[in-house]
Design a protein around this ligand. Structure first.
Ligand code: ZN
Length: 180
């Protein structure tokens, strides 16, 4: 990462990088929204709802699904954005070689041990996902599947509490929408 790169230039570089990596992916909602809407929503929530200005956190949010969901290596992120941003992305990435149930439990356990910067991204990710499930749910998700997702998200968030009061309050407010 070049030292003279301005924060604005770095953010735009991260958005362009993530947009390219996610270009063929869609979200699970009925209208199959472009995937990039999701990482942008995370960064927007962190900056404009929680007032977070840390460039590494914001870039980490924009890039947070590149390792897990696209053909992107840690080294590629280090070369383009530096070790600190790459580290955040690695910290919030699931090991996709694990079976789904194991991976879900691993995310709960792992969340307690990640850095504060990664916890901020994790909180914004769960906020964004709950908002999408509330407003634009996947077509094939019934109330039970939604309820299970809410409960799992709450277990992940329980392990990152004490990180940011604003984000945690937003998350707690969204939990009121959990199906009975
Ligand atoms: Zn995500």
């Amino acid at each position: 990462m070049k030292q003279e790169t301005s924060n604005t230039a770095l953010i735009l570089n991260a958005i362009a990088f993530a947009a390219h990596k996610h270009k063929d992916q869609r979200r699970k909602d009925v209208e199959a929204s472009p995937y990039i809407n999701h990482p942008i929503a995370l960064a927007n929530c962190l900056a404009n709802e929680a007032g977070i200005e840390d460039i590494e956190v914001l870039c980490g949010a924009i890039l947070h699904d590149t390792i897990e969901d696209t053909q992107t290596s840690e080294q590629e992120l280090i070369d383009a954005f530096g070790i600190n941003i790459a580290k955040i992305v690695v910290e919030v990435s699931d090991d996709k070689s694990l079976p789904k149930a194991v991976r879900k439990q691993a995310q709960i356990d792992h969340a307690a041990h990640i850095s504060v910067n990664a916890k901020l991204v994790k909180l914004a990710d769960k906020i964004s996902n709950l908002r999408d499930i509330i407003a634009f749910p996947p077509a094939n998700w019934d109330a039970e599947r939604k309820r299970l997702y809410f409960e799992w998200a709450a277990m992940v968030v329980a392990n990152v509490r004490g990180t940011n009061a604003t984000l945690e309050a937003i998350f707690d407010g969204l939990m009121a929408n959990k199906p009975a």
